[in-house]
Design a protein around this ligand. Structure first.
Ligand code: SAH
Length: 397
């Protein structure tokens, strides 16, 4: 096996089980590893540190799979997939809409797998996973059969920009079994969601938010809150669907809003209680402020503003401005559920930004709950980069 020898001053994160070995940490390469090959990562004095897969084209030259001297073979993958599935079984069943494998955060760098009913959607983010994806699709189907879940097809949605950093083209299509239907109807939080796995965002929908959507529904229903709810960056309308509020859903994407409307109809939501507005949120918020509109509840779930550390400052200004405008539209005693999905913005920094916006608005607020992704999106403790989604539910006076 080829060896990647790391610089002594860069050993520590590897020993501490951070899964990435950056090019700057590499001292030298022994052997002739090909892109995608399994390699050993060793210290300068020859001590085995970890084993992973290699891609010299990427800044992240090795993604680590194990810290034990064990073979990375079919049975290793079966075991790791089995571990991820077991962690998601609730009351003996695997939820019908669930992230099954969350890449680095399930100790399987580069691999995302989501379940929507009897279809799986797979994202191969790295070269090694791409080389192995057909095998992985089959292993997944077998592992699911063992826990009583029959899968009819595995669809690939490897149309994510990070692949370019691996020297890979974007790719989508059927990997195994049958084509998915145009829309997959799947139970989420006691409602029916329509998921377009071919063209929807991510693998079809934002599975990371379904716990927060359920929490919001319960929170509003338990308090008999039925006032005006504004859902900004609504995508297919997951926030509010289980509530009794008068809802305004806003998104820039017309296909998303059309699917949202269809979803509300499918769930027999009274259509006089929901409005879908295609608009740029930033412009619409200014219009609403001019019109002196007020809402009892606002959900603000924007796309990623900071794609790397260099964009933090600009992103912070964006989040602050957005949250300030939300505070201005909230009636006294109203609630703001506000999110950031930028990995580069820490939970701490996000709270400070929202505080800054609150201070500028001259309002008071309480944190009712701090929010993160659902527990099918675990965060490996040794990989803080995994904690990208953070949010706050505030009551605002
Ligand atoms: N809240 C959603 C996920 C939101 S993802 C859910 O829980 O499913 C971010 C959304 O913001 C996307 O649907 C995207 O179409 C939309 N978007 C991005 N920029 C926008 C803008 N400037 N104005 C309105 N919508 C925007």
């Amino acid at each position: 096996m080829s060896q990647i020898i790391v610089r002594p001053d860069r050993e520590k994160p590897i020993i501490h089980r951070h899964p990435w070995v950056f090019s700057g940490a590499v001292d030298s390469v022994r052997g002739d590893p090909q892109p995608g090959d399994i390699v050993d990562v060793v210290s300068k004095n020859g001590r085995f540190l970890a084993r992973g897969y290699f891609n010299p084209r990427s800044q992240i030259q090795v993604r680590l799979l194990t810290w034990a001297d064990e073979p990375i073979d079919g049975s290793w993958w079966r075991q790791m997939i089995g571990r991820a599935l077991s962690a998601r079984i609730q009351r003996g069943i695997l939820p019908p809409a669930v992230r099954l494998i969350n890449a680095e955060n399930d100790f399987l760098p580069g691999l995302i797998v989501d379940r929507y009913g009897d279809h799986l959607v797979l994202q191969a983010l790295t070269l090694h996973i791409d080389q192995r994806k057909t095998d992985l699709a089959r292993l997944l189907v077998e592992a699911l059969a063992e826990v009583g879940v029959t899968i009819s097809g595995v669809y690939e949605r490897s149309d994510v920009d990070v692949r370019k950093k691996e020297g890979l083209a974007l790719q989508t299509g059927l990997l195994w079994g049958e084509e998915p239907p145009e829309l997959i109807a799947v139970q989420i939080n006691g409602t029916i969601r329509l998921v377009d796995v071919r063209a929807g965002h991510k693998t079809g929908t934002y599975l990371d938010q379904i716990g927060n959507q359920a929490f919001l529904d319960d929170f509003l229903n338990q308090r008999a809150i039925k006032g005006d709810l504004l859902s900004l960056f609504s995508y297919t309308g997951g926030f509010g669907l289980g509530s009794r509020c008068q809802i305004t859903q806003v998104d820039a994407s017309l296909p998303a809003l059309n699917l949202a409307e269809k979803t509300y109809q499918t769930n027999q939501f009274p259509m006089n209680r929901v409005e879908f507005i295609q608009a740029d949120v930033f412009e619409l918020l200014r219009d609403f402020a001019d019109e002196r509109r007020r809402f009892e509840v606002i959900v603000c779930d924007p796309p990623k503003f900071a794609h790397n550390a260099g964009q933090i400052e600009r992103a912070a200004r964006g989040y602050k401005d957005l949250n300030l405008n939300c505070f201005r539209l909230l009636q006294p005693g109203g609630c703001l559920m506000t999110f950031s999905c930028s990995g580069a913005i820490s939970t701490d920094l996000f709270q400070k930004i929202v505080f800054g916006a609150l201070a500028d608005s001259g309002r008071s607020a309480q944190i009712i709950r701090t929010l993160s992704a659902n527990d099918d999106h675990p965060v490996t403790l040794t990989f803080p980069e995994g904690a990208y989604l953070k949010g706050l539910l505030l009551r605002v006076y």
